[in-house]
Ligand binder design. Structure first.
Ligand SMILES: *Cc1c(COP(=O)(O)O)cnc(C)c1O
Length: 386
């Protein structure tokens, strides 16, 4: 196997996990569409026994994602939520989690509507203040859970600072790296123990697969998570792994374009009279700008903003764009627009949303890789109509 250690991120994205297939030399890992594997003798496997436990196409994807995140072990799941669920299954009733207060709506729902019922306890704090994270720790705290940039407010959490709090207290730090991707930010190198992804988003990048991944560097932690992956069985099929692996090979190229376009769109929005606030870490006025500049290579492709007319204006804008298509999700090559309060974050109670600073009129953009001028023209014509 080619040692990718000395190579750069783009080279790793292209090559990690994919070795020429030994029988035919196929350069791309095939779709091993099989449930089981013929064994030479009872209780003796060639490599794999059963595809819930292991599959060569999944192996390739898991290796590729782990390599890009700079961890030794990757595990793929049928969705980002299944990946996060696998991490939460490390906990027992009575354990406590300190989580960020501006999480992906589905993560908040999993924590408060599923795991809280099973006796896991949660405190939600603003993780951009590491002292608040520290103050929320209890003797039973086992996990700190953050996203950065956060969704949808693009707040920045200082991963190194929170990792110091986690290390002192000897609790696991999990980072949902879906928004930044390893092309821009690598939490394991900053002291996190677990990285998760909704590979549905930038890693696959083409809006045609739902999937998730967990990456860790610690062998014991990997063993526990691999046990959960097999015991629970929320695994992706080989076709989804193949497509995600194909997407991953251009991650570095796509992210450059996402970042270029989002930067231009954010600057454009900041100058529009109808726009009252733009949340984008690349703007020097953003409160997390300095931390983002330190821990992220570039500022990503996500933007949210508020309009003068509040909810009606936000809703109207979402139906007036032509290139920015109205849809949930993010991270695909095509630009999307959405209204978090009524769509992705509808599962968060209105008073909780407002307390976390999520305005009812907020609009979120996932800026795609189309031509920059076309995207700005599209927003300009849509803004002119609201
Ligand atoms: C989409 C998303 C998830 C959930 O992933 P699915 O693949 O939709 O299950 C988790 N975290 C973040 C930040 C996301 O954007």
């Amino acid at each position: 196997m080619l040692d990718l250690g000395p190579y750069g991120f783009g080279t790793k994205a292209v090559r990690a996990g994919t070795e020429p297939e030994p029988v035919t030399g196929a350069i791309m890992t095939p779709v091993f569409q099989t449930s089981t594997y013929v064994q030479p003798r009872p209780a003796e496997a060639k490599v794999h026994e059963y595809s819930r436990t292991g599959n060569p196409t999944r192996d390739a994807l898991q290796t590729a994602i782990a390599t890009l995140e700079g961890g030794r072990f990757g595990l793929s799941f049928g969705s980002g939520m299944a990946a996060i669920d696998a991490v939460l299954r490390l906990l027992d009733a009575g354990d406590h989690v300190v989580a960020g207060d501006d999480l992906y709506g589905g993560s908040y729902r999993l924590f408060t509507k599923v795991y809280a019922r099973q006796g896991v306890e949660f405190s939600f704090v603003d993780p951009s203040d590491p002292a608040a994270v520290k103050a929320a720790l209890r003797p039973t705290t086992k996990l700190i859970w953050i996203e950065t940039p956060t969704n949808p407010l693009l707040r920045i959490v200082d991963i190194e600072a929170v990792a110091r709090v986690a290390a002192e207290a000897k609790v696991l730090l999990g980072v949902d790296n879906t928004f930044a991707t390893p092309a821009l930010q690598r939490p394991l190198a900053l002291g996190a123990h677990v990285v998760v992804h909704s590979t549905t988003k930038y890693l696959n990048g083409h809006a045609d697969v739902v999937g998730g991944a967990v990456v860790v560097d610690d062998p014991a932690l990997h063993q526990r998570l691999a046990f959960i992956q097999n015991a629970v069985g929320a695994v992706p099929g080989p076709w989804d792994c193949f497509l995600t692996l194909r997407g991953l090979k251009t991650l570095h190229l796509r992210m450059e374009r996402h970042c270029d376009n989002a930067d231009a769109v954010a600057r454009f929005l900041a100058e529009q009279p109808q726009v009252t606030k733009v949340h984008f870490p690349g703007l020097p006025a953003h409160p997390g700008h300095a931390v983002a500049a330190r821990q992220m290579r570039r500022m990503g492709g996500m933007i949210s903003f508020e309009l003068k007319g509040g909810v009606p204006a936000g809703m109207a804008l979402c139906t007036r764009t032509k290139l920015f298509q109205l849809a949930e999700s993010l991270g695909g090559v095509e630009s999307l627009i959405e209204h978090p309060a009524s769509m992705t974050h509808a599962s968060v109670a209105p008073e909780v949303r407002r307390a976390a600073g999520l305005a009812d009129g907020l609009v979120r953009l996932s800026v795609g890789v189309e031509d920059q001028g076309d995207l700005i023209d599209d927003l300009a014509q849509a803004l002119a109509g609201v």
